[in-house]
Design a protein around this ligand. Sequence first.
Ligand SMILES: Nc1nc2c(ncn2[C@@H]2O[C@H](COP(=O)(O)OP(=O)(O)OP(=O)(O)O)[C@@H](O)[C@H]2O)c(=O)[nH]1
Ligand SMILES: [Mg+2]
Ligand SMILES: [Zn+2]
Ligand SMILES: [Zn+2]
Length: 1019
Amino acid sequence: MGSAADGSDKEAERRIADVARGHGTRLDLARLGLTVVPDSIRQLTALKTLILAGNQLTAIPDWIGQLTALTKLILPGNRLTAIPDSVGQLTALNTLHLEDDQLTAVPDWIGQLTALTKLILSGNRLTAIPDSIGQLTALTELYLHGNRLTAIPDWIGQLTALNTLFLSGNRLTAVPDSIGQLTALTKLHLDSNQLTAVPDSIGQLTALTKLHLDSNQLTTVPDSIGQLTGLTELGLSRNWLTAVPDSIGQLTALTRLDLSGNRRLSSPPREVLAQGIKAVLAFLRALGESPVERWRSKVLIVGEATVGKTSLARQLLGEPFDPDERQTHGLRVRSLPVPHPGRPGVMMDLDVWDFGGQLEYRATQRFYLTDRSLFLLVWNARARAADGKVTAWLDAISARAPGAPVLVVATHGDESSPATLPHDLPGRYPGIAAVGTVDSRTGLGISELRDAIARHAAALPLMGVRWPAAWDAGARALGELPELTVTVRRASRCLAEAGVPDPAAQQAIVRMLHDLGEVAYFAGIPDLAEKIILKPEWLDARITQVIDSQHVADAGGVLARAERNRLWADLADAEDDPGLPDRLIRMMEAFDLAYRIGDADDSADVALIVDRLPDAPPPDAGRLWGKARAGPGVRELAVTYQLASRQAGIPTWFIAREHRFTTGLHWRHGALLHDRDPATPTWALLADDGREQPAVTLRVVGAYPVRFLSVLTEAFNAIIQARYPGLVEERLVPCACQAEAGGSCPHAFTLDELIAEATADEPDADHKIRCPKSRRKIGAALMLDGLRGTGLTAQLDAILYKLDIQGGTLTAIEARQQAMLNGIRALLGTRANADVHCPALLSIRQAKRGLLHQSQVTVTLWCEWPYGPHPLEADDGSYTITKVPDALIRYLPYLRHLIAALGLAAPALGSAGIALSDQVKDQAEAAARTLEFIDKHASIAALLPGHGTAFPSERTVRAETGADFRALHDMLRALDPENKKNWGGLSPVTRPEDLRTIYLCPRHTRDFDYPYTAARLTR
Ligand SMILES: Nc1nc2c(ncn2[C@@H]2O[C@H](COP(=O)(O)OP(=O)(O)OP(=O)(O)O)[C@@H](O)[C@H]2O)c(=O)[nH]1
Ligand SMILES: [Mg+2]
Ligand SMILES: [Zn+2]
Ligand SMILES: [Zn+2]
């Protein structure tokens, strides 16, 4: 005998005794693990409520029929397969819970329980609803969901008191008309069945507030649904709807309308759905008033160069064949009227887009590959099938336009033995709607193709779509505007004048026009979303100009500002839109065609044009790298990123972001970079091995390579994090076992194993790791040099502190460099979190006494140059004050933390026997004075409200500085209300590594933005 069962039996007996003693009417024995109903309940003849839910009962005893006072019998969640007939005697029952049992049938006698108002039979194995339930006319709630019901009986209409009816999750295929009699219903759940239709009579259920019809097989919904004006929730998701009735527009009380998962829904179009329920209702209402059908769609002809795309387009247009057809430059759009195959008298207006097949024109096509179009993928049957790159094209189409129909067309079909496509192609690409052969010279197969185009174009989601007349008028009005581009505001005015004042509707219209190819509008891209390009062909031509530029090709893919200005000289002026050239470049960036270089308006170079990057490394890159490695006293550090897949912009985006280190030597898969800081010149080689799952390796050589590696890895991480989190599968660090001997070891450790070893805290840990190749042991921390604080792994950042204690691997110079980089990173991070923007690094000097024998304090702002922050020299960078403001005092704890983090006060260099430069001495002196000042004012800081402890530990201070930054900002403002000093000429610059703001002096601003050009590099 299990004691648990004993225990619960005892508990049951105790409760029964309690009820008996107190003449109670309610007994709750839920979830006691009972396997039988205790006999002692029999005595409780006054019981009104009996709860036996959630036990393991397999049967209910007959004597239950004697408890005739029962009004509520709650039996769900047991293992009941039947209920004794005697329950039929409990005619006082108003509530009967039998859900989640194992009932296969409900006995007829249930019809005797005419007092029932609530009957719950969900989650059983019922296959039919017994007729006897039809007698329970007092029922207000009936729950039958989760059974195996296949039909709803007609008599359901008799249960006119029902306000809640749940029939979800059965096998129902139809709903009887009589359901319309249940006029008291407020909730009707019919979701997850196999309904193919809903009767019109549903419109009579005007009390309904919730109607769930999701996950059925409905192809239409009756118009009458528009009469259910009390509805707040309407679920129609995951059906087979192609359209919903306009009358839904009348359901103004709706707060939820779920139409998702209707894959072929074209009205309302998804562009309208994306605008939310208000827009959907507005669309449907407008449609109800005056609908127009729009028979217009886009046909895209794509394929390799010279396969015969233009010749095919001409054939379709009824123009003569030209044996000397010229190469197509960019894009040509022609209009092709085609009669609708099934609707006599209807002409479809097809815009045929004929793209140039040359590689350089390929790039812009990705703007236009939308799944609302029909594709003609053309290849030349005379060439080998592989030359047509048919599968590559199919891949590209299914990536950008999944689900769009594709007609695969072979040209040159009059040949005797044409090449054929693999037979399994249509199976592999479900988008393939048809495969055929034509010959544009003889006209063979052209009329069949025209028929196929008509058939598949007619089925396009936006073909024949009904638009409200005002929307159509608006679209036309937009099309007639003379400008090439307009602001969203201007377009909005134009649409409003045409009769569409609602902003959500306006958005929907413009998005649909984009999908149809009539305008170009990139709503999801910041900076682009304010403008609508009314002439997409023009856009294409302007971008193609850049990709075609010889100057860009000669510059190894770099678009210089001068060249951009030359190519687009007319643009900014003609359109009265100075930002236009910049936006076009951003658009190219959004589609991975180009990456911007630097943000400054005056940088010499504008962007890296991906399609124009050389495929192979320039020979000089290898030569210069070899030379750098052979230099005296150099050390090499490296890290490898193993990536899960090849993604656009990796590593090209990085190459563009780090262009300030350019040597002019870069290619599609790598770049040679140079940090020409005169004190420590360093070189870096980034190379991607070109494989499907690329490994990207970043190597740095120089006498002090730590800093440059640190800067570059930070940038690389930031790009991956922002664009493809999860792309990096593994980070590897090359083994340094041969480094001292000047050689290299083929082994690489994972970053994680190095971290684990470097930070191991077992008593016998020596923090060394053994190379499996040479069997030598190397300090693990040594190989982590340069990777700390770069955001490479959160883990590594977290243990920064610990590693520093172990230290000892970095040279004194590198330790200082690393400290400064990390200190500046920390400052930028804190400031970004505080969301307050002003210079934050400063020194304070207290004069013995001033002119009026008052003590004076001078606050000097610093330039935050990560390679060596320094105090500003000119007077503009200093403020002299007589009273130290509270705000400054509040900031002191953080300032002290910052000075320590930057390693400013205690330069280890002197003790390491390295002569200090004057500049470093000045910095150290200024920092020392500041610390002196801070110590003096520590007691004051402690007294300020909000500062319980004078100096929180360095570890906790970070989180406390949001308010302190604000105070600092206010103080700087107060010292110079009109900002006459302009913060000593410090300007905010956005760092490409992390897009954070850094304040730099004029000289370093220039350096940071764009210091190096290929021309200045001495070879
Ligand atoms: N015999 C024969 N010649 C064809 C056929 N289609 C195209 N040509 C010839 O092939 C050459 C290239 O045809 P185009 O139509 O210009 O090819 P395209 O694909 O538009 O080329 P791009 O615009 O450069 O991408 C021209 O000389 C055409 O006359 C065909 O079906 N049969
Ligand atoms: Mg062509
Ligand atoms: Zn090794
Ligand atoms: Zn500076």
